[in-house]
Design a protein around this ligand. Sequence first.
Ligand SMILES: [Zn+2]
Length: 458
Amino acid sequence: MARPIKGAAANEAFVVRGYYSTFMRMPTFGLAEWKQMVDCMKEDGANFLILWTAGAFRSKRFPITWKYNAEHKNVEHDYARELIEYAHTKQIRVVLGFTPFAYDGANQYPLEHPELKATQKNGQPAKLWGMHAWGYNLCPAREASQSFMRDYVREMFFEFYPNADGLLIESSDYAVCHCSRCGEKYFEHEFAFVRAISDEVWRAKSDATILVYPRYFSARKVQGFDVAGAAQNFDPRWSLSFTPHSAPIDEELAKEARSCLYWNDALTIGTPARIREGARIARERGMTGYITSCEPFSCIDGPPGSNKPRQKPFHFEWLRDGEMPLNELLVRVNRVAYREYTRNPGLSEGVFREALGREVFGDAVSARNIGDLLFLQDCWFNGADWFTPALFLRPAELKRSAGPEKLFAEKRQNYLIRVERLREMVKTYGGSTVVSEREMARIASLVVRKWDSEINRN
Ligand SMILES: [Zn+2]
């Protein structure tokens, strides 16, 4: 990756474009579906893919790291090396994602080594927590935690996927260790691992892209934790990853980096407006690239034995398990937005709508169908969360979630106005000869049915 373009014009394309994909939380997709997803990414102008791999490969040294994910297609068939090869034929570089001492894969190790659990602020051992992979974060001051992390990532990168182009070392956004050895030195301990694994990777592959978080290079309190950063020296071979929720952009530090990426979650749980916002922030702050989350979860939310249903990618409840979701109409809207705004972050709303309209409706494009499509997309994605659909799609739960009676009544009234617009769309597009319009009618009708059954119950 190249250095950031200083003062790049508002209408210049980003040098690095692509998606952040939590591979480990998509157990149902095999190599065929992943190749299709890579094809979609290529269509979206991507040249970079973060494949979050920890917890999703069949580690020989640490089988506990994937036991919870034994049904993951890559744990079963180990196709990720071939997938990386395939991405390379599309000029898409792939880095492997993981979190040091926490999150999927790593957080399983304390199930067998409880003595390595981190300590909470109240002095108690770490609580069982996770997203799909439920476990415990580790204390990085313990040598056994450090050697586990090094051996696990070595195995993933050198033995399993040596054709990958580098690593995303995604420092945790939920946990640190407050034991007497960590405390204010937590990030120094974490950094010791980051430094060691980076050196090993660069010795083997000098041009490897290694993305790290800014918290190791400043003593400022780290966002989300009441703990100081590490104030270590920055090696200009590192690339930097910035996020709105856990790693605010540091423009001075970014100047020293090989490249710097800004991330947000807009493609998965947002709208074109939030994708535009991500691209504009990245451009205004001098980033090399804007990466968005492409995370069609198909896992089961934990803890183990939760008996929750398997997640439907993007909450598209009509998909069968394992079905490739990226060509579904409503996520295509976000994909087009990503393609257009990373090509030109300064793009006007009108030009974006034209591009979207051409793509989705061809010659049948009109101001009306584009407006309705964006409205429908907003109904589905705006307010969605990782494991729960937007509240608007869950009318039965509205009363419980909306707060005081007055707020509930107001919210319900606004939602009912939306329902009427959807009902109108069912009438307008139900008999259309345009495939995308009929799809809009189908989805609108699905939402209307949810509301009608709720209205009839009351
Ligand atoms: Zn500790």
